[in-house]
Design a protein. Structure first.
Length: 191
């Protein structure tokens, strides 16, 4: 297999302050190879800012609408190849007690979705794993099955929706990046 060419992502998460004419949104959508929502975003606004034929993915937060504007594709225990990069993702958040509606996953539901999912170079999730030590996240709200999946099938990069600030943490075998707001990655390298 040839090494994939560098890939640039424009990521958005946990923000209701976007408008379709926002210069940061327009610039990020036009410059990136792939646009990805990590949840907590009005996808209709982002879709309006996308250049024609720009590929777009998303993982959903528990409160996100299940109605997908074009061209967004939902990753939920699924994956595919993009420019020789293997991408995969999981929507939702950990179910803590008898949560009402929304995309909250009990451990067994998340495990079932992740069980047959092959390893990916880049993994996207709304939830964060329980093993993040330095980022100041309360691990009780993390998703244990996601932690297990990432340990057993380490991606090169894991992007998730951080609840308050952007974070960067080197894991044992991968780099975890928490995104809150917007973030244009430098060209991601296949290592």
């Amino acid at each position: 297999m040839d090494t994939p060419a560098p890939l640039s992502l424009f990521l958005v998460a946990n923000t209701s302050f976007l408008s379709a004419d926002d210069p940061v949104l327009l610039d990020g959508c036009s410059r990136a190879d792939l646009v990805v929502s990590l949840g907590g975003v009005d996808l209709t606004v982002v879709a309006q800012a996308l250049p024609p034929r720009k590929p777009a993915l998303c993982v959903l937060s528990p409160e996100d609408s299940q109605q997908m504007p074009r061209p967004f594709r939902v990753l939920h225990g699924s994956g595919f190849s993009f420019r020789d990069w293997q991408l995969a993702g999981l929507s939702g958040a950990a179910k803590l007690g008898p949560a009402g509606g929304g995309l909250y996953l009990a451990d067994d539901e998340a495990e079932a979705l992740l069980f047959s999912l092959p390893a990916a170079d880049i993994f996207f999730s709304h939830a964060y794993p329980t093993d993040l030590a330095q980022s100041g996240i309360n691990s009780i709200y993390g998703m244990k099955p996601l932690d297990s999946y990432l340990r057993q099938n380490p991606p090169i990069y894991h992007f998730y929706a951080h609840p308050t600030d952007n974070t960067l943490e080197e894991g044992e075998n991968h780099l975890s990046v928490g995104v809150n707001g917007t973030y244009l990655t430098p060209p991601l390298e296949y290592i």
